[in-house]
Ligand binder design. Structure first.
Ligand SMILES: [Zn+2]
Length: 229
């Protein structure tokens, strides 16, 4: 299990003396984060949110790939395997691309479920493209400095799970979808945008109703990673 504390202890501790990371230091931190997370899970939502200050979309994509190589669901909060284990060495990149574009269930070779596919997409689109070394002060434990606080807010993220919990009413589904579109979540298949939007809307309604039904019990959608932690 990876927690904020373990990231700070094992990855960030050597860099507490200065606010400005060098390019090399930023690279080392990125590599170490992938090294830790490709073979463990985030302990809680707060940990994944904390990590968004270090991730770029590309680094996060590398993490997903590495997790898949270790037969783990791409979403870092999850302890399961992808629904379909693929042999990463059996197909070349072109075949992979073809499969991804032509198989509507391709995400199941990367994630345990459609839900985590969506959670992961939602997280990824919020990540900043800015290089890690340019994000001054984000690695410091002590964030009492106003500048540091300001920059960590800039790289904060909201999780899809949290949004669903907060917006668990049907009336909000439309505004939620509008928000996701604004964030740039792309359709699964190019040139098929309308279908895929509709599909996403259906998925959302389904997840929301499961949450509402499960008000007193633990809703199934959340269950999978809470059980593991
Ligand atoms: Zn999963």
């Amino acid at each position: 299990m990876t927690s904020i504390q373990s990231v700070q202890e094992t990855v960030l501790k050597p860099y507490q003396q200065h606010k400005q990371l060098s390019v090399r230091e930023a690279e080392l931190i990125s590599l170490e984060l992938i090294g830790i997370l490709c073979d463990s899970n985030c302990q809680d939502e707060a940990t994944l949110q904390y990590l968004s200050r270090f991730f770029t979309p590309q680094l996060y994509q590398d993490l997903i790939d590495e997790r898949n190589l270790n037969k783990r669901c791409g979403y870092p909060l999850c302890g399961k395997a992808p629904e379909r284990i693929r042999d990463p060495f059996a197909v070349d990149d072109n075949t992979k691309k073809f499969l991804w574009e032509n198989n509507p269930y391709a995400y199941l070779s990367i994630y345990c479920s459609k839900f985590h596919f969506r959670c992961s997409q939602f997280y990824q689109v919020q990540l900043s493209d800015e290089s890690l070394f340019a994000r001054t002060g984000i690695h410091l434990f002590n964030q009492s400095d106003d500048n540091a606080k300001c920059s960590t807010e800039k790289y904060s993220s909201t999780l899809f799970e949290q949004l669903l919990r907060e917006k668990a009413s049907d009336d909000d589904v439309k505004s939620l979808i509008a928000g996701l579109k604004k964030l740039g979540i792309k359709s699964d298949k190019e040139g098929d945008a309308d279908d895929s939007d509709l599909q996403f809307e259906t998925d959302l309604s389904k997840w929301l109703s499961e949450i509402q039904l499960g008000e007193h019990e633990k809703p199934a959608v959340w269950g999978d990673y809470e059980k593991d932690s």
